[in-house]
Design a protein around this ligand. Structure first.
Ligand SMILES: [Zn+2]
Length: 449
C-alpha cells in the first residue's frame, strides 16, 4: 500500500506539480487557529469578489445595483455583507458568470440541478487540482488517495473515460456500479470485481449504497471488509448509517458536495459534524436576507468556492439547510464544523393556509427506531394530503411505531391535512439520491413557517 501511495504521489508531482503544492497547502491549513482561518477566508473572499467584479458581467451589475463600489467589494470586512447569489441568477444567464480572462482550455463545462429544477450550466476551473481536496478528506477516514475504491454513483464512466481514469489513477484501481441500474447482472459483476480488487473505500450516494447494503445483507453475500464508506447527496439517517456500517464492517462518513462546488465539507473520525474545507470553500449559514446566523441556528447554506476563477461563485445559496457548530472538534482539525445537511429548502410540506412545514424536522422521524423501518418517504399529493410511505424492518413493533410516527407528523401539520400510512416494498430513489420529503405542491411565495 505504501509503495502504491508513493508511486501515485510521485506521479502527481511529475505530471502535475500543482497537485503536490495544493495538497501541501491544504495539510498546512488544517490546523490554523480559528482567527487566522477567518482572516484567510476574508482576504481570499474579497480577492475573489473583486476579481469577479473586474472580469464578469454578472457581479459588476449585481454589486453595483446593491449600491456597492469596487472599493467596497475589495474590503475583506465587507465580504459577509455582499448580496448572495441565487440559483435563479444562474438559470437566467450563466454566461454572465464566465470570467473574461480565462482561456477556454482552462475550463470544463458542467451542468447541475436536474432533480430539483432546470439544469444549470457552469464552468469548472481546470487549473485547480480539485482532487487534492478529496485526498484531505480520505486521510481523515484512514484511506490514502492511492487506495482502491468502489464507486456507487449515478453514471458509470464510458469505456474511453474508463481508460483515461485508469491511467490517471494507476496503480490505484476502482470499480463502479450505477446506483440507478442495480439489476442482478450488474450486481453480480460488481461483487465479482469487489472480491478481486478488495477496495478499501466505498464511495457514493447514500440511497445507492444503502440499497446495495440491504441487498448484500438479504442475500447473505460475503464481501471482504473495507476501511471506510463515504456517502453523500442526501441526509444520512441513523437507520442507514447502522445498516451500512454493519454490512461493510467499516465506519460510514458523510460528506457534502454538489455539481456547482465539488468537495465542500466532510465528516472526520470524531463524527461531530462536517468540517467545511474552509481554506478553499467558505461556508456560511444565513437567513433569507443573507445575514449570517449564530452557531446552532438552522438556515440556508451559502458557499463561496475560493478556488474557481473561471466561473466565480461568491456567496452562492445552494438551497440546502444546515447550522454551524461552535464547539471545536476533538480530532484537532480546526476547519469549521457544520451540522449534517438537513435536506433541501424545496423539500417541505405545504399547508392549505400557505404555511410551510420545513423538511428538516421530518428527515429524522424514525431515527429512534432504527430496526423498525428500513426506509421511508413523506409524500404530499396534489390535494395536499400526505402519505407516510414506509418499508418495514425487523422490529416486531414496526406497525405500532409507524402509527406513533403518523401521529407525530399529524401534529407537525397541525391536523390541517390528512396523513395516512402506506406500506411499500421500496422507496424509489432518484439516481441514488433518496428524497425523504416529496411534495407535489409548490409554494407561491418562499414563506417559511
Ligand atoms: Zn474533526
Amino acid at each position: 500500500m505504501d509503495t502504491k501511495h508513493a508511486i501515485l504521489m510521485a506521479k502527481s508531482r511529475t505530471i502535475s506539480p500543482a497537485d503536490g503544492r495544493m495538497y501541501a497547502n491544504l495539510l498546512a491549513h488544517e490546523r490554523l487557529s480559528p482567527p487566522d482561518l477567518a482572516e484567510l477566508q476574508r482576504v481570499r473572499g474579497a480577492r475573489l469578489a473583486t476579481y469577479a467584479w473586474d472580469t464578469t458581467d454578472f457581479y459588476r451589475d449585481h454589486y453595483s445595483s446593491a449600491g456597492l463600489s469596487r472599493q467596497d467589494v475589495a474590503d475583506p470586512e465587507a465580504f459577509e455583507h455582499l448580496p448572495t447569489v441565487e440559483k435563479e441568477h444562474l438559470r437566467d444567464g450563466s454566461a454572465r458568470f464566465h470570467a473574461r480572462d480565462v482561456a477556454q482550455r482552462d475550463t470544463k463545462m458542467a451542468s447541475t440541478g436536474g432533480s430539483t429544477g432546470e439544469p444549470v450550466r457552469l464552468l469548472h476551473d481546470r487549473r485547480v487540482p480539485v482532487r487534492t481536496i478529496s485526498w484531505r478528506l480520505l486521510r481523515w477516514w484512514g484511506v490514502e488517495a492511492s487506495d482502491d475504491v468502489a464507486h456507487v454513483y449515478r453514471h458509470v464512466r464510458s469505456p474511453r473515460r474508463e481508460i483515461l481514469h485508469t491511467l490517471q489513477w494507476w496503480p490505484s484501481r476502482s470499480i463502479q456500479i450505477d446506483a440507478y441500474r442495480m439489476d442482478s447482472a450488474a450486481l453480480e459483476t460488481f461483487f465479482r470485481r469487489f472480491r478481486r480488487v478488495r477496495p478499501r473505500l466505498v464511495l457514493g450516494y447514500v440511497g445507492g449504497i444503502y440499497e446495495l447494503a440491504c441487498h448484500i445483507e438479504e442475500h447473505g453475500i460475503a464481501l471482504p471488509p473495507v476501511a471506510a464508506v463515504g456517502v453523500t447527496a442526501a441526509p444520512l439517517s441513523e437507520v442507514q448509517r447502522s445498516t451500512i456500517e454493519r454490512v461493510f464492517g467499516a465506519p460510514a462518513f458523510d460528506h457534502y458536495r454538489c455539481g456547482e462546488v465539488p468537495w465542500i465539507a466532510g465528516e472526520c473520525g470524531a463524527h461531530r459534524g462536517l468540517h467545511s474545507f474552509g481554506d478553499v470553500r467558505l461556508v456560511e449559514v444565513v437567513d433569507d436576507g443573507g445575514r449570517r446566523l449564530p452557531a446552532g441556528v438552522i438556515g440556508d447554506t451559502v458557499v463561496t468556492d475560493l478556488t474557481n476563477r473561471a466561473f466565480p461563485l461568491v456567496r452562492y445559496r445552494l438551497g440546502d439547510r444546515s447550522a454551524m457548530i461552535a464547539t471545536p472538534c476533538p480530532c484537532g482539525v480546526t476547519l469549521p464544523l457544520m451540522e449534517h445537511v438537513r435536506g433541501r429548502v424545496s423539500d417541505a410540506l405545504h399547508l392549505p393556509d400557505g404555511q410551510i412545514v420545513a423538511g428538516e424536522g421530518l428527515t429524522a422521524i424514525f431515527d429512534d427506531w432504527p430496526e423498525a423501518v428500513r426506509a421511508f418517504q413523506v409524500y404530499q399529493h396534489a390535494d395536499a394530503s400526505i402519505s407516510l410511505r414506509y418499508v418495514v424492518g425487523s422490529d416486531p413493533r414496526a406497525e405500532e411505531i409507524v402509527a406513533h410516527v403518523r401521529d407525530v407528523v399529524r401534529s407537525m401539520v397541525r391536523d390541517k391535512v390528512p396523513v395516512a400510512t402506506e406500506l411499500v416494498d421500496s422507496i424509489p430513489h432518484d439516481g441514488g439520491k433518496t428524497r425523504y420529503i416529496v411534495s407535489e405542491l409548490r409554494s407561491v411565495a418562499p414563506v417559511r413557517a
